[in-house]
Design a protein around this ligand. Sequence first.
Ligand SMILES: *Cc1c(COP(=O)(O)O)cnc(C)c1O
Length: 356
Amino acid sequence: MKVHNFNAGPSVLPNEVLYKASKALIDFEGSGMSILEIGHRTSPFIAVMEEARSLVKELMQLEDDFEILYLQGGATMQFLQVPMNLLENGDTAAYVDTGVWSNKAIKEAKSFGFVDVIASSKESNYNHIPKQFNIPPQAKYLHITTNNTIYGTQWQMTPVTDVPLVADMSSDILSRSMDFNKFSLIYAGVQKNMGAAGATMVAVRKSMLGKITRKIPTIMDYKLHIENGSMLNTPPVFAVYISMLTLRWLKEQGGITAIEKINDKKAAMLYDEIDHNPLFRGTVAKEDRSKMNVCFIMDKPEMEEEFLKFCAKEDIVGIKGHRSVGGFRASLYNALPLESVEVMVEAMKYFSLKKA
Ligand SMILES: *Cc1c(COP(=O)(O)O)cnc(C)c1O
């Protein structure tokens, strides 16, 4: 039996995906070989890679200028690969600081150009998304973190600007409809909403590339990855395969707009309980609440340990909050069934009755 898995990442995957992957682990499409044993330059694997890349484009309805890459090194490597490819020495890049992950992106970008941190919610332990900021017109790009996994805040609107937009969407990619074409580069570690750990998805506009004079090491150069069909070197074959299956699954569910309806419902149910149950309260500004990572605490912190134990008995796992926020964090990624949220809400209700 599966538990109710609220892990922040790596996180829950659809059962169908796990089932298909387990079969492919033994025999990939009748080849007599495991998916782990086939060559990455064979046509069956090239087909997997191409399907994954084209499904990303299709599900996000990206314009033709976009190329999709599956790279390694995690979203963390993108913190440096983005500025390495887009920023010239002396150029400015604008960043909004909305938490630990934005901060890491800012730190790395400083090695490649001037970083203008145009807004930050650090003073209030990142409990909201800054709304007032000026984007320097000369900036080569503006970088935002659309969903702040640790604090549970999420950008509800895309900043309106002529400056190219770059986004770390690791924890809300493919979870809600947006005009993704407003962005010039989007990246996401695939282990939260689009597969298993081991690959990073990068969607980049070709027109953004080749504009700087810096010599970019081969493996770091987006252009070379594109020219080589995202197979400049051995790609993370299994992670790409799981991601492809996860994208197929999402398409079968009806794509982003269909999953968004369920995600909205899951988030509404849980926040509603947090707001109405006297034992619990949310930790961030209501208007910026994340639909992917729901953070909350108890009015009496001494009860938190007991509630965690109670949840564990109900097969609810992965809800301990990040150490920098404390309390609880329930991650409601695409593959988390509505039923798991129902069980969670029931547990909160029951626990509070017991304590009354
Ligand atoms: C998880 C996460 C990361 C880090 O991803 P890695 O793949 O572990 O490098 C970066 N940004 C955000 C928003 C995340 O949620």
